[in-house]
Design a protein around this ligand. Structure first.
Ligand code: ADE
Length: 225
């Protein structure tokens, strides 16, 4: 999968994809992430990418020209399945959306700033708008990093244990069950007997029960009860 991220702050996105699972995804050529500096597509000599709002009001707006030029330049080289704009008024990101996006080949992600982008970009260039939560961040870079991380770990071959993403919280609308590792006893804190029993059927049942119980307690909104 190829992900091109358009941003005015490329420095902010230098590190997130160079560690752990996403690093491995890149090394295995399962994921390519390109961070593109929007300023390289500015049309005036001041490399301006934002301007005052028509009609007045506080806050700058990201101009249509640099973004349009950048998207068109990318599209002249390959086709894209989605052009995604990270914005607090977008569709709330969840696991089903992430699963669907992980099946795509090429996507563009645009990071908003200031008051956001000129509405004509949203109407004519963007195919999907995503929010990572009901709170406002100072720009779309961290949301873009969240989205790329959530997608990248789902790409086939990225996780060592191929099946493990299937058991994440939110797959099947259930939270993940509790997990334990060595030692068996830390002070007076022990591990549930069943996990040490070697009976895989019983362990699966226990995990499912724990998942349901945990979901009922913490996120009843996920259960259709
Ligand atoms: N930009 C600023 N806040 C955001 C949010 N919550 N989700 C996506 N993009 C954003």
């Amino acid at each position: 999968m190829r992900i091109d991220i358009i941003t005015v702050l490329p420095e902010l996105l230098e590190s997130p994809f160079n560690h752990s699972i996403l690093k491995r995804a890149k090394e295995k050529n399962l994921l390519e992430v390109n961070v593109i500096n929007l300023r390289d597509f500015a049309t005036n000599k001041h490399k301006q990418v934002d301007d005052y709002q028509y009609g007045g009001g506080a806050g700058m707006v990201m101009m249509i020209e640099p973004i349009a030029n950048c998207i068109e330049s990318l599209k002249s080289k390959q086709d894209y399945d989605e052009v995604i704009y990270m914005t607090p008024d977008g569709e709330l990101l969840d696991q089903p959306i992430t699963n669907k996006l992980s099946l795509l080949k090429n996507i563009i992600i645009i990071c908003g700033h200031y008051k956001g982008v000129d509405e004509r970009i949203r109407n004519h260039f963007i195919t999907k708008e995503i929010s990572i939560g009901n709170y406002v961040l100072s720009g779309g870079e961290l949301p873009a990093a969240v989205l790329v991380d959530a997608i990248g770990r789902l790409l086939p071959g990225v996780l060592n244990d191929e099946s493990s993403a299937l058991f994440d919280s939110f797959q099947d609308n259930l939270l993940a069950p509790p997990v334990y590792t060595r030692p068996e006893k830390f002070r007076d804190l022990t591990v549930p007997e069943i996990l040490l029993s070697g009976d895989n059927k019983k362990i699966d049942e226990w995990r499912l029960n724990q998942s349901v119980q945990r979901t009922r307690e913490r996120r009843p909104d996920l259960l259709n009860e």
